[in-house]
Design a protein around this ligand. Structure first.
Ligand SMILES: NC(=O)c1ccc[n+]([C@@H]2O[C@H](COP(=O)([O-])OP(=O)(O)OC[C@H]3O[C@@H](n4cnc5c(N)ncnc54)[C@H](O)[C@@H]3O)[C@@H](O)[C@H]2O)c1
Ligand SMILES: O=C(O)C(=O)C[C@@H](O)[C@H](O)[C@H](O)COP(=O)(O)O
Ligand SMILES: [Zn+2]
Length: 361
């Protein structure tokens, strides 16, 4: 079994386990870190028929009393209304109302992890939770690092907190049931890690050309991505400096995602377009090695990811910049890719960035 340890202060350290078939061992792996007796599992409407039973059976076998809640799958559910419905379900006395002594399990993709993590962090001022991610995106990115949030009408992840899980259980076997679209959407965040930190990872992805060719490498790819993320989070948990590199491609990516009403693009697809845009800006500004955007585009095309977002009104695009969390007053911190494998941060006035965006879209 592959494992990683996330070192954090105040007894908030946790382990990430990666192993095929781990869902069936969820009960024992949770028992190692949780001494209480009751667990609420929350999932979405697609994951429930696929994996809820396996997890519930494993938890019951380990002696836990369980309750199961679900909500409609997809990004449009990631909002405060759904959180309120989760609070209702969690507090419902049938079969038990959750208390701080209980545990919540988030079983699903990034939408489940982000929203259930947010509900766990806020209900009763905090109930411990465990992440069991079932999409590639969630296994390489969202289940690690403690950013939990929901979307507001103004933009992505605007109501949220940092709240770390007690454990992350990754079962790569769950990837077999992903549609190609959802699988490659997650690959976009893997490509992001290659762009910001790991040229070797980028080259591995360049050497494969299909999901089939990636398959033998998946466990190692997940480990490498979690390792990059955990090291960055250990150094800058609260996202005040180095962690911002994990947001590469996200400033415009989040804008494309929102302006597509969360239905045109999935998160990774929007980030793919955002990574291309910022590389093009970087090349124009002399901050990015010429040819980087083309190399990235070639890779994205290989895996069927978009390289250019649909046209949206300039003012709307620029308007979303106000809500980027890397902004401070009139400035915004940009995440640039100097060359494949190396990111750099640059603080610029928002108007300057707006002008640069205007030049490329
Ligand atoms: N917190 C973070 O650090 C972080 C990082 C990256 C992304 N995110 C967030 O993650 C979200 C995107 O995550 P996502 O792409 O996993 O989306 P998602 O959770 O909506 O999952 C995508 C689709 O796959 C389905 N699904 C999940 N697991 C499955 C499986 N094993 N087999 C078949 N279908 C399955 C889901 O029901 C859904 O329809 C966005 O909201 C994004 O903002 C958060
Ligand atoms: O963990 C981080 O830090 C990231 O930025 C990872 C991103 O892939 C992720 O999409 C994150 O949720 C974006 O964060 P936000 O602060 O821009 O909402
Ligand atoms: Zn992301």
């Amino acid at each position: 079994m592959k494992s990683l340890h996330v070192n954090l202060s105040g007894g908030r350290d946790y382990d990430i386990f990666i192993q095929n078939g781990l869902l069936r061992q969820a009960g024992e792996k949770i028992k190692e870190v949780y001494k209480g007796g009751r667990i609420a599992v929350i999932t979405d409407s697609n994951v429930k028929p696929l994996y809820a039973e396996t997890v519930l059976e494993s938890l019951k076998k380990a002696g836990f009393q369980v309750k199961l809640l679900d909500f409609p799958a997809g990004e449009p559910s990631k909002n405060l209304d759904t959180v309120v419905s989760l609070y209702d379900g969690l507090l419902n006395p049938d079969p038990f109302p959750v208390t701080r002594g209980d545990l919540i399990v988030a079983l699903g993709g990034g939408v489940v992890g982000d929203m259930v993590g947010f509900a766990a962090a806020t209900l009763l001022r905090g109930i411990p939770f465990v992440q069991i991610p079932t999409t590639l995106l969630a296994q390489v990115d969202s289940s690690v690092g403690g950013k939990v949030a929901v979307d507001l009408k103004q933009g992505k992840n605007l109501a949220g907190v940092f709240y770390q899980p007690k454990r992350v259980l990754i079962d790569p076997e769950t990837l077999t049931t992903l549609s190609d679209r959802v699988f490659f959407d997650g690959l976009s965040e893997v490509i992001k890690y290659g762009m910001i930190r790991d040229e070797e990872l980028f080259e591995l992805l360049e050497s494969c050309h299909s999901r089939e060719e990636l398959l033998p490498h998946m466990e190692e790819i997940i480990r490498v991505c979690c390792h990059i993320k955990k090291e960055i989070v250990e150094r800058d948990e609260m996202d005040t400096g180095e962690r911002m590199v994990l947001n590469f491609g996200h400033t415009l990516g989040h804008a494309y995602e929102k302006l597509g009403h969360y239905s045109t693009y999935m998160h990774g697809e929007a980030v793919a377009c955002g990574m291309v845009s910022i590389c093009e800006i970087g090349e124009r500004q002399g901050r990015t090695l010429p040819g980087t955007a083309d190399r990235l585009k070639k890779m994205l095309c290989t895996y069927g990811l978009p390289v250019e977002a649909q046209k949206v009104p300039q003012e709307a695009l620029i308007g979303t910049l106000a809500y980027d969390k890397k902004g401070s007053g009139g400035s915004i911190t940009l995440v640039l890719c100097e060359r494949i494998g190396k990111a750099a941060l640059q603080k610029v006035p928002k108007e300057t960035f707006a002008q640069w965006v205007h030049e490329i879209v």
